[in-house]
Design a protein around this ligand. Sequence first.
Ligand SMILES: *Cc1c(COP(=O)(O)O)cnc(C)c1O
Length: 468
Amino acid sequence: MKTLKDIPKVDRLLEWPEMALLLADHPRSEVLKAVRTTLDHLREQLLNGKEGAQTGRTALIAAIGLQLEQRSAQSLKRVINATGVVVHTNLGRAPLARAAEIAVESVSPGYCNLEYDLESGNRGRRNSHVEGLICELTGAESALVVNNNAAAVILALSSLAGNREVILSRGELVEIGGSFRIPDVMRQSGATLVEVGTTNRTHPRDFQSAITANTALLLKVHTSNFAVVGFTAETTISDMAGIGQKEGIPVMLDAGSGCLVDLSPYDIHGEPTIRQYLQDGADVVTFSGDKLLGGPQAGIIAGKKHLVDPMKQHPLLRAFRMDKLSLAALEATLRLYRDERRALQEIPVLRMLTMSAAELSRRAETIRRKLRQSLPPTVSLTKHQGESSAGGGSFPLLQLKTTLLEVTIADNSPQRVETALRRASTPVIGRIHKGQFLLDVRTIMDQDIPALAQSLTEAAGSLATEHP
Ligand SMILES: *Cc1c(COP(=O)(O)O)cnc(C)c1O
């Protein structure tokens, strides 16, 4: 039985020749922390009378090495999204197009003309790099970008309706993920919320009769992540624009996801484009950069010049402005939309959403064939039909036909397979459904395949050695 006396003293341990290697690779302070953590852990094991506590030199060196590795590893890292949820907020939303990646690489290591006008040699505005593109793609007169759509909504409301009343349907008082609730956002902006209609039905006359001398804005909010079905009535942007124009009150839409191309040819219905919303009479529209648009985190405000331009001078803009890396990625992504065919091919979110069932089935076959070449015999992959969703608060009812690969590793439970893959060096995130651990091929990217093979091999290895 090992006892506490078997734990080496820190000073002695540091003199071991193997430690010289670690000390050459890492700062002394880091090595000391790793040594202390390892010895503390060992002490705890011995005190708890744990079997198999390793006090041997080789085991200790290995444990210290592992500690150092874990401490120096990047926490935010790449994962393989095999959930089939295309815009997955927990997994970083939209994967960027190659063009966006190149743009980020080109401006990040050096200086750039973020706020410098190369034509005149004078100070420039960061918004100028994307404003023209946004106007071109949406038909807006003016546009402004900020950090995310939540900031866009707060900025727009503060600018258009601070200290005044905003009329909104009760059916659209939504919460989008814990921290974004429309009534709270409204309060933050200083506007007073006037709710009209009911949860399931709101009519144009409800808006009309709520208008007072203090009404600054008629607001519509995309219900994003839920749908009201059955006995419903929604007041459309056109209805609201009719009232707004008559009364001289602007109409704003928080479009949430925001879509720049018509996806109905791909059997994805019900989401008008931003251009359509503006044509229908919205005066200001806000939307996200990293949902359906498929770019970096960003909030875009597009609309009438006399309403959007004052926002460019608003004090909140300084707190909400975008950084150069996101701006570079956004500009490159927007440029792809000038050629819609190219956008659908090269923007991963659009590409994944519009893949046909036949293409996904072929893709599953290809992935399975490539993986099989390198997998241990205990891993098996079985094809099933299933459904994936768009995510990102878009198309809440949409179920896209997809192909799934069920992973089994020897006779391990799906829960154990899920955990092992989640903890692999490149984590693989899938889902368990009806007792099967499933990978949805829709969101597995071509460049993921070698890492997926590696992670499956690692998982098989760790499940073989681990005690159940
Ligand atoms: C997602 C969403 C937001 C928040 O957008 P972020 O870009 O995540 O800040 C706001 N409103 C609606 C309707 C949304 O769907």
